[in-house]
Design a protein around this ligand. Structure first.
Ligand SMILES: *[C@@H]1O[C@H](CO)[C@@H](O)[C@H](O)[C@H]1NC(C)=O
Ligand SMILES: *[C@@H]1O[C@H](CO)[C@@H](O)[C@H](O)[C@H]1NC(C)=O
Ligand SMILES: *[C@@H]1O[C@H](CO)[C@@H](O)[C@H](O)[C@H]1NC(C)=O
Length: 480
C-alpha cells in the first residue's frame, strides 16, 4: 500500500514537472529561437553582398600601445593582400578620421590605405571600462562587451569579424545573430589557469585557521566565481573560427581553457628594423653588460648584482684587464622604484662591486642607442616573463642576450648556446658572461645569429603570418 502512495506521489511530481516545463521552458525556448531567426533575418536582409566586409573590434584604437601596432599592421596586411575587401574598425574613439590617421603615422610610422579603412563609432564603450564594474569586474566587463557588440552589429554586420582586443564574449553575438566568421588575435587570456591556481592555493593554505575562516569562505566563493567565469569564457571561445595568439605562453593558456587545437602563434610586430641598422662591430665593443628593465621587483635586479660579484670574484681578469662593467638602464615609475634603486646601490657597495656598476635612470633614447652599440652582453633576469621584448631588442642591436631560463625568453626568443644563453643562478649567469667576454672571437657568429633570429618578430613577418591565417576563408568566399 505504501508503494502505491509512493508511485502516485512520484507520478504527480512528474506530471507537475512536465506541465511546468512545457508551460515555462518551452515558450522561453521558442521565443529564444524565434528571436534568433528574426534578428538573423534582420541583420542579413540588407547585407551588402557585392563586397566582403571585414570588421575589427577594437574599442580603444587610438591608445597607441603594442596592441594598436598589431591592429594597424594587421589592417595594412589585409589591405595589401586582398584589395577587393572593405575594412572597418569598431571603435569608441570619437576623433576625426584624419586625426586618427595622423596619429598612426606619427606613433607607428605606418601608412594605411585611408580610403579603405572605415571607422564605425560606438557610443557605449563605457560599458567595458573596469571602473564601471568595481565588483564582479570580469563578468561585468564581459556583459558590457556583449551589449557593445550588439550596438556594433546593428551598425554593420561583417562577413569576417576580427577581435583584436580579447573581448571573447562578443563572438556569440556576431556568430549567432550576424552569422559572421569569427577570428581572434589574443594578447592575453581574460582568465588564466594561473589565476585559478593562485586562488585555490590560497584556499588550501588557509586550512584550519579559525581566525581567518571568514576569508577562507571568501576565497572559496571567489574560486567558484572564477571557475564559473572560466566555464563561460570556454563557451565563448567555442564560437571562434580562427585563433591567433601573440606568443607561446598565451597560446598554451588559450589551448588549455578553450580546449581547442586550432590556435596558431603569430608574434606581434616589434620594431627590430631600427635596431638592426646599428653596426655589429663585435671586436670593438666594450666589456659592458647591459641591463634594460624598469626598476620593478619582478625584474630581479639583485640577481644581476650577485652575478657581477660572482664574476669578479671567480675571474679577476674582469676586474683588471677587461674592466667589465654592469650598466643598469631603467625608468622609475614612483617613489617605491626610486627606493629600490637606492637599495640596489647599497647592495652593490656591500658586495664591493660599486666601481663596476653604473645606474642610468630615465636616460634619453640617444644615450640608450649608444649603449646598445657599444655593449657586448645583455642580461635579463626576470623569472617567467611572458615574452621579453627587451631581449628581442638586445639581440637585434647585436648585444648577445643572457636571459632567464623560463617562459618567454626560453620558449620564444633565445636558442641556448646558439643565439644567446639561458641561465637561472648567479653561477650560471657568471659562467656564460665570462665565456662571451673572455673568449670574444668565438662569439662573433653568435652575435650575427642572434640578430638574424629576431627577424621572426619583424613587422614583415607578422604581416605575412597574419594574412596567411585568412587564406582559406578568402578562398572559400571567392568560390561561393
Ligand atoms: C602578448 O601580450 C601581452 C599583453 O600585452 C604581453 O605581456 C606579452 O609580452 C605579449 N607577448 C608577446 C610574445 O609579445
Ligand atoms: C599552486 O600550488 C602548486 C602545487 O603546490 C604549485 O605547483 C603552483 O605553482 C602553485 N601556483 C601558484 C600560482 O602559486
Ligand atoms: C591564524 O593565522 C594568523 C595569521 O597567519 C596567525 O596570526 C594566527 O595565530 C593563526 N591562528 C591559529 C589559531 O593558528
Amino acid at each position: 500500500m505504501n508503494y502505491d502512495l509512493i508511485v502516485i506521489g512520484l507520478s504527480l511530481i512528474l506530471t507537475i514537472a512536465i506541465i511546468f516545463l512545457s508551460m515555462v521552458l518551452l515558450p522561453i525556448t521558442i521565443v529564444f529561437i524565434l528571436s534568433i531567426i528574426y534578428f538573423r533575418y534582420k541583420f542579413t536582409k540588407n547585407k551588402d553582398k557585392s563586397t566582403i566586409n571585414v570588421a575589427f573590434f577594437h574599442p580603444y584604437c587610438t591608445a597607441g600601445g603594442g596592441g594598436e601596432r598589431v591592429l594597424w599592421c594587421a589592417i595594412r596586411s589585409l589591405q595589401n593582400e586582398y584589395p577587393g575587401i572593405k575594412i572597418s574598425v569598431y571603435t569608441g574613439d570619437q576623433k576625426e578620421d584624419s586625426e586618427i590617421f595622423a596619429m598612426i603615422k606619427k606613433t607607428f610610422n605606418l601608412m594605411l590605405d585611408e580610403k579603405n579603412c572605415h571607422f564605425i563609432r560606438l557610443k557605449k564603450r563605457g560599458l567595458v571600462e573596469a571602473s564601471r564594474w568595481p565588483r564582479f569586474t570580469l563578468i561585468g566587463q564581459s556583459l558590457g562587451s556583449m551589449v557593445l557588440a550588439w550596438e556594433a552589429l546593428n551598425l554593420l554586420n561583417p562577413d569576417l569579424f576580427i577581435d583584436s582586443m580579447g573581448y571573447a564574449f562578443t563572438y556569440p553575438i556576431f556568430k549567432i545573430f550576424g552569422g559572421s566568421h569569427i577570428a581572434a588575435y589574443i594578447h592575453y587570456p581574460t582568465i588564466s589557469t594561473d589565476m585559478l591556481s593562485k586562488v585555490s592555493n590560497s584556499t588550501e593554505s588557509y586550512n584550519n585557521n579559525e581566525s581567518i575562516s571568514k576569508s577562507k569562505f571568501k576565497t572559496s566563493a571567489k574560486l567558484i566565481y572564477y571557475k564559473l567565469f572560466s566555464k563561460l569564457y570556454y563557451l565563448a571561445g567555442k564560437f571562434s573560427n580562427i585563433v591567433m595568439c601573440n606568443g607561446t605562453w598565451t597560446a598554451n593558456h588559450i589551448r588549455n581553457i578553450w580546449k581547442i587545437d586550432r590556435v596558431s602563434i603569430v608574434y606581434p610586430p616589434v620594431d627590430v628594423e631600427s635596431r638592426k641598422a646599428m653596426p655589429l662591430n663585435w671586436m670593438q665593443r666594450e666589456n659592458i653588460i647591459l641591463s634594460i628593465a624598469q626598476f620593478r621587483p619582478e625584474k630581479d635586479h639583485p640577481l644581476q648584482l650577485y652575478t657581477l660579484a660572482q664574476l669578479l670574484q671567480k675571474y679577476p681578469i674582469h676586474k683588471n684587464e677587461l674592466r667589465t662593467k654592469l650598466v643598469m638602464v631603467g625608468s622609475c615609475r614612483d617613489q617605491q622604484d626610486r627606493d629600490r634603486v637606492e637599495s640596489l646601490r647599497k647592495l652593490s657597495i656591500e658586495l664591493g662591486i660599486e666601481s663596476n656598476v653604473e645606474f642610468k635612470i630615465g636616460i634619453p633614447i640617444q644615450e640608450l642607442n649608444r649603449l646598445l652599440e657599444i655593449s657586448s652582453v645583455g642580461i635579463h633576469t626576470m623569472w617567467c616573463e611572458h615574452f621579453g621584448i627587451g631581449v628581442v631588442e638586445l639581440a637585434a642591436a647585436g648585444v648577445i642576450p643572457v636571459a632567464h631560463n623560463s617562459a618567454g625568453p626560453k620558449e620564444d626568443i633565445v636558442k641556448h648556446d646558439q643565439t644567446g644563453f639561458l641561465a637561472s643562478t648567479k653561477e650560471e649567469y657568471a659562467e656564460y658572461i665570462h665565456e662571451i667576454l673572455a673568449f670574444r672571437e668565438k662569439y662573433k657568429d653568435m652575435q650575427q645569429k642572434a640578430r638574424e633570429s629576431v627577424d621572426r618578430f619583424s613587422q614583415e613577418n607578422f604581416e605575412n603570418h597574419f594574412k596567411n591565417s585568412f587564406s582559406i576563408f578568402f578562398d572559400n568566399k571567392k568560390n561561393q
